[in-house]
Design a protein around this ligand. Structure first.
Ligand SMILES: [Zn+2]
Length: 485
């Protein structure tokens, strides 16, 4: 018998296959040869050089983290532990207008570009140089990268409180073309941030149109996610229509107590727009957001703020701003000024809105994790496991098959990743084996750097990158191009 067995590199035996399409799970074995899935089915005639027992486990496509700020992590810690430990096999970076390339500043970049680090990390004069670096020293996950509007503004403008001139727009358009030609999948904005807030819609359209020429898409952290969200959404749709490309609304939320409940209206508007143009959206499964902490935040606040990091005061990371201010005998605003540069975690959302947005059929999962924060938001290590365990299994927001679809085939289709996000013969072998009974986010707001529970094995392009709670050291990730449909 053994002599007649069909050989393969890895054989995953006896698992419940959830193929990513939304279809019900079915018992099947999975054979992997090289970087592809060789067969799925009853494979007792196969023999694997390595065999993985998946009894009582789910085997699904690896998850696609559609919203990350991993641009620098892909270079500085190629194990990508925060991601592969949750079953993530592909990350989309360059979101919110923030990309590591093309920029090589002589001093610390303006917030929030510094979420990626100080000037020493911005060392790519072209986008092509960044992509080539990822190819030479690949990370554990696949990566798809976008070029950021704010990065281009920092590269070409002497000040941010104005529209870009015609010359500056030409220079930025040339950079967008270079990025798309080098493998970027699109262009992103962070219009709610100070360095971009004075950029008019026409400037954004001019740059998005250059991305459209290269077959790219447009992802936007909108100008407002609070009181002015309606106008911000109309702007996002208009950019998509005028520039002629698909848009993605990043980390969709409605922030601030007086906006609680508005996700009913925003989702209705997204559904209506989707009948006219291509609209995608992503969300993370928490009621708190996280970004840079600025003195202006104290004016707008109506919720708890935790300090995620501070350059002059690293010792207060993980503590509440109010407690720090009390201890220092100063106002919260003065405390924020003393903490600069700094990052925060902001409790600004309503649980009902979070659940409504997660339940919308086109919502993809994006962690929005900030990997260089000393006390990061738990979404960095927990977002995907939290959707599978907490929201699908425990709360029952949707089936496990549906949860997996939102993390796999939906983003692969939205972003144009060919042969990813599904388990079928011939597809790339990006897989996760997990225990549906125990999968759970272990990262919390108080203790955020903890790997998820219940993830047995993770494979990227046919190589095992995570097994039994640890990285294997393999770095088989590829830079993914977008195949525009
Ligand atoms: Zn953002």
């Amino acid at each position: 018998m053994a002599a007649e067995a069909i050989g393969c590199d890895i054989l995953i035996l006896g698992g419940d296959v959830i193929d990513g399409s939304g279809a019900m799970r079915r018992r099947a074995d999975v054979a992997i040869t090289g970087d592809r899935i060789a067969a799925i089915g009853e494979l007792s005639g196969y023999r694997g050089a390595r065999e993985i027992d998946a009894k009582d486990r789910v085997v699904s496509p690896g998850f696609i983290d559609t919203h990350t700020h991993d641009d620098r992590l892909l270079v500085s810690d190629r194990s990508m532990a925060a991601k592969v430990s949750q079953g993530v096999t592909t990350v989309v970076a360059g979101n919110c207008g923030i990309s590591l390339a093309p920029l090589s500043p002589s001093s610390r970049p303006v917030p929030p570009l510094d979420l990626l680090g100080g000037e020493e990390w911005f060392r790519y004069p072209t986008f092509g140089a960044y992509v080539a670096g990822l190819g030479r020293q690949p990370p554990a996950t696949n990566a798809a990268v976008m070029v950021g509007h704010m990065t281009l503004r920092a590269r070409h403008m002497d000040r941010f409180d104005r529209a870009a001139s015609a010359l500056e727009i030409d220079a930025m358009r040339a950079d967008v073309r270079e990025a798309l030609g080098s493998g970027a999948i699109g262009f992103s904005t962070g219009l709610g941030y100070r360095p971009s807030i004075d950029a008019p819609t026409d400037e954004v359209v001019a740059l998005a149109a250059a991305a459209a020429e290269g077959g790219g898409l447009y992802a936007t952290h909108m100008r407002s996610e609070a009181d002015d969200i309606d106008g911000a959404m109309e702007e996002a749709f208009a950019v998509g229509r005028r520039a002629g490309l698909p848009i993605i609304i990043s980390h969709h939320k409605v922030a601030g107590r007086r906006n609680f409940g508005r996700s009913r209206a925003t989702l209705d508007r997204i559904a209506a727009a989707s009948t006219q143009q291509r609209v995608g959206l992503d969300a993370y499964p928490y009621v708190a957001g996280s970004t840079v902490l600025l003195p202006s935040d104290v004016v707008e606040r109506d919720g708890r703020i935790m300090v995620a990091w501070s350059v002059p005061h690293p010792e207060v990371s993980g503590r509440d701003l109010d407690a720090i201010a009390r201890e220092w005998g100063v106002s919260p605003r003065t405390a924020i000024e003393r903490l600069q540069p700094a990052g925060g975690i902001f409790f600004i959302m309503d649980e009902a809105d979070v659940r409504r947005i997660l339940s919308y059929p086109d919502t993809m999962i994006g962690s929005d994790g900030l990997p260089h924060d000393s006390h990061p938001h738990p979404r960095l290590w927990g977002a995907f496991a939290r959707v599978l365990g907490h929201y699908a299994r425990d709360v029952g927001l949707f089936t496990l098959e549906e949860a997996v679809r939102r993390m796999t085939s939906l983003p692969a289709k939205t972003f144009g990743f060919a042969d990813r996000g599904v388990l079928r013969r011939g597809a790339f072998a990006d897989l996760v084996v997990f225990d549906p009974a125990t999968v759970k986010d272990s990262a919390t707001f108080d203790n955020p750097k903890v790997p998820a529970a219940g993830i047995d094995a993770v494979m990227v392009n046919g190589a095992v990158v995570w097994r039994d709670g640890a990285n294997t050291g393999a770095t088989p990730g590829q830079v993914l191009r977008r195949v525009a449909a």
